[in-house]
Design a binder for this molecule. Structure first.
Ligand code: ACO
Length: 383
């Protein structure tokens, strides 16, 4: 008998361990918990390079010289102005959409007036990547201001991306250390091999669709609580628990009910997520400097109990939650902050995909009925 079309194919559920693309952007050793951006160990980059340097590394291939960094910084400064169509719709969208939905809408609208919208050529992609990266934090801030009916402060040219973001979100010029901490967070979240949102972006780009379309796919994918949405859920869990004394009971109750604990577990890391080590350190620092150690102590206790009960370690989203909370970022913007950073990686992956493209079109295992007999609608009945 002839084989049925998909017979013999055994799918890896969730494509676990499937190598879906080649990339020179980032690499993970999940066994020992190491992460590299273009060959540089994240432990050597975190706290030492700025997010703008990281953007240059990912999008343009190298850590920048001073001159190159000045050039990119200039592009980011001019590129951050929302296009007129976006500008006209910021308020209306902010009234009806949640943060990640609104960002997806703004990016979609931004494509209409992007001067390079009809080109996937390397130069055009680089320019679009810089504009998208520059605009994302401004769009988050403008969204947040619009939904509260206030005007976000103008960006301050003396502040970097992180400093300006905090200025525009909180309305106050951030302490230099606060800006540096957020900048480090942006570096830590910038790229991470074939994570779900990056894969979504690459699938879209591989049809030779444009960068803005790929980024819309990525934003929609990051939004989910099993991916970028977990950081917000971590803080919501802490808020629902209330205090350190109640962490153990709450975790045990959730596990007994078969619930996942947000911010724990990872498809690739079998040991500590190296980003979590840095975020734990930053959370500890902020707990001390703000004089409010509640969120840090709850995080620490939850880490202990989840490891004891399930052997699971925190992922990048876990300590990011308390760090963002200490920095005064509203909880429902946590995933949007992730997108500000991951824009660097997404756009770099689109550039890489377009530079050596082949359509991404996997197969599927058919598990439905076979040999069904068609009946006219007049003869169909339902038991
Ligand atoms: N809490 C409790 N149990 C968990 C958790 C968790 N956070 N994560 C995994 N498990 C358990 C599962 O219940 C499952 O147990 P079982 O085999 O008894 O059914 C086992 O560990 C394997 O879990 P999967 O969901 O199959 O693992 P997968 O590799 O598909 O998922 C993921 C990885 C999605 C990150 C998962 O660990 C999870 O849902 N974590 C919580 C959400 C989260 O923090 N997401 C952010 C990830 S980092 C990022 O995307 C930026």
């Amino acid at each position: 008998m002839a084989p049925t079309p998909s017979e013999g194919l055994a799918p890896a559920k969730g494509l676990a361990d499937v190598v879906a693309a080649s990339t020179a952007l980032s690499d993970i050793d999940g066994q020992v918990g190491r992460l590299f951006y273009r060959g540089y160990d994240i432990h050597d980059l975190a706290g030492k390079i700025t997010f703008a340097e990281c953007v240059h590394l990912l999008q343009r291939g190298t850590l920048p010289t001073r001159g190159e960094l000045a050039g990119l910084t200039g592009e980011l400064a001019t590129g951050r102005v929302p296009t007129p169509l976006v500008e006209r719709n910021i308020d209306a969208i902010a009234r009806v959409q949640a943060p990640m939905e609104a960002l997806r809408s703004y990016v979609s609208l931004a494509s209409a007036e992007d001067p390079d919208k009809d080109s996937n050529e390397p130069g055009a992609n680089l320019r679009k990547a810089a504009r998208l990266t520059a605009q994302q934090p401004v769009l988050v801030a403008r969204y947040h201001a619009a939904r509260r009916g206030v005007t976000a402060p103008d960006p301050d040219l003396s502040l970097g991306i992180a400093g300006n973001f905090l200025l525009q979100i909180t309305g106050r010029r951030p302490a230099p250390r606060a800006a540096d901490i957020l900048d480090e967070c942006l570096v830590l979240h910038a790229d991470h091999t074939m994570n779900a949102s990056t894969f979504a972006a690459r699938v879209c780009a591989a049809t030779l669709s444009d960068m803005h379309s790929a980024i819309c796919a990525a934003i929609g994918t990051l939004k989910g609580p099993l991916h970028g949405g977990a950081n917000e859920q971590v803080m919501r869990t802490f808020q629902a628990i209330g205090g350190v004394a109640d962490v153990d009971g709450a975790v045990r109750e959730k596990l007994a009910a078969g619930e996942k604990i947000m911010g724990f577990g990872h498809r690739v890391y079998k040991s500590e997520d190296p980003r979590a080590s840095h975020l734990r350190r930053l959370s500890a620092e902020l707990a001390e400097t703000t004089g409010d150690d509640t969120w840090f102590r709850m995080s620490q206790r939850m880490e202990e109990i989840v490891f004891a009960e399930k052997g699971l370690r925190p992922n990048v989203d876990f300590y990011a939650a308390s760090v963002y909370r200490y920095l005064g970022i509203p909880v429902d913007l946590f995933t949007a902050v992730f997108s500000v950073s991951r824009m660097a990686g997404w756009t770099a992956h689109v550039i890489e995909q377009h530079a050596d493209n082949r359509l991404i079109r996997p197969d599927s295992e058919y598990i439905g009925d076979r040999d069904m007999r068609w009946l006219p609608i007049s003869e169909r009945t339902r038991a």
